[in-house]
Write a protein that binds this ligand. Structure first.
Ligand code: SF4
Length: 355
């Protein structure tokens, strides 16, 4: 992927408000959860974009809006230059061939009453492809082999597989139709640490081989560093900072990015840890977010203007765009971030857990 690759996805001013209603019979709207609030970014063809932030920041909602599992309140999503926000029926079904999703929980995202063969074959059935049973079975077994599952286990049920293997089943189902965009929503956070690297490696291999564009959602910045070309950090439904991987990890400008990075565990706390910055307080409710800069109630650099004027997402001249009136300085970053983050990332250990 090059920095000049054309955008596959263009998200513009995307908003998703979930209404809060009151009353049992006459349900009146009394407010709204502002899950995504005026978010804009591009995803370039062939790149991996990380969407990062704490629980409730809007990253999963943004992903579901992109793949049209949710309808936006306003804003547009453009795919290959065409606005797909209003698509429905056959046109939406055709779009779904191009965009697939891998879900967080490999335990609940697979139907326990179906065999693995029929789960992976679902996309072919839905789209009326490979109608011959033998042909479909052959293709499903190829997919099983490709994701590191034993094709002879075609007739087994999900409960007969480990967590990592179940996530591989989800991956096989997602790539069955050779989509252009794959959205992975915290694909390894429900897995044992020892298995996580294997699934991440698989996704990276598939991305390279198939030329996939990948949106990778995580709350762990260390995982995203291994996976992504660019990273967007979200806070309370808005993008706080977005930029190339090296720039964002090397010199984060938004205090929230700095705080997330300083919380990443390091292998040797004695040598790798600097002045860790802990965020005070909980994330405010997205039903009633703070005015102006949404981070001002927790930000260690907040000043009066932060609660009266919303900062715009601007180029800070160091490789990222950030929404902050008083971005971090080089000295503040050097003081706070673990040494480990300024060094090249470890390559996860390749391995196999073939059933
Ligand atoms: Fe902190 Fe102010 Fe920047 Fe918001 S605008 S992140 S409150 S310094």
């Amino acid at each position: 992927m090059t920095a000049t690759a054309p955008p596959l996805i263009e998200v513009r001013n995307l908003v998703k408000h979930f209404p809060i209603t009151s009353g049992i019979i006459l349900q009146r709207q009394v407010g709204a959860v502002k899950a995504v609030d005026d978010v804009s970014f591009d995803v370039r063809s062939g790149e991996t974009l990380g969407l990062v932030g704490e629980t409730g920041c809007g990253k999963s909602t943004t992903a579901r809006l992109i793949v049209r599992l949710l309808e936006p309140t306003s804003g547009t999503v453009t795919f290959e230059g065409e606005d797909v926000t209003g698509r429905s029926g056959a046109s939406l079904k055709a779009l779904r061939r191009e965009m697939q999703m891998i879900f967080q929980d490999p335990y609940s995202s697979l139907n326990p009453r179906k065999t693995v063969g029929s789960i992976i074959a679902e996309p072919f059935v839905i789209h009326g492809l490979l109608s011959g049973e033998g042909e479909r079975k052959r293709r499903v077994q190829q997919l099983m082999d490709r994701v590191g599952l034993n094709p002879e286990h075609y007739n087994r049920y999900p409960h007969e597989f480990s967590g990592g293997q179940r996530q591989r089943i989800g991956v096989a189902r997602a790539i069955a139709l050779e989509p252009k965009l794959l959205v992975a929503d915290e694909p390894v956070s429900a897995l044992d640490v020892s298995i996580q690297a294997q699934v991440l490696n698989l996704l990276r291999e598939l991305q390279r081989e198939m030329g996939l564009t990948l949106i990778f959602i995580a709350h762990d910045l260390s995982v995203v560093r291994h996976m992504c070309d660019r990273v967007a950090v979200m806070y309370l439904g808005k993008i706080a900072e977005l930029g190339d991987n090296d720039a964002l990890y090397g010199f984060p400008r938004h205090p929230y990015t700095g705080a997330l990075l300083s919380a990443v565990p390091v292998p040797d706390p004695e040598t790798g840890r600097r002045d860790r910055q802990l965020l005070s307080g909980d994330v405010p409710s997205p039903a009633n977010p703070p005015q102006a800069c949404r981070f001002h109630t927790r930000c260690p650099k907040a000043q009066e203007v932060c609660s009266t004027e919303e900062p715009l997402l601007e180029d800070k001249g160091t490789g990222t765009v950030a929404a902050c009136h008083f971005p971090l300085t080089r000295d503040e970053v050097t003081l706070r971030l673990p040494v480990a983050l300024t060094e090249p990332p470890d390559v996860p250990v390749a391995g196999s857990e073939r059933a």
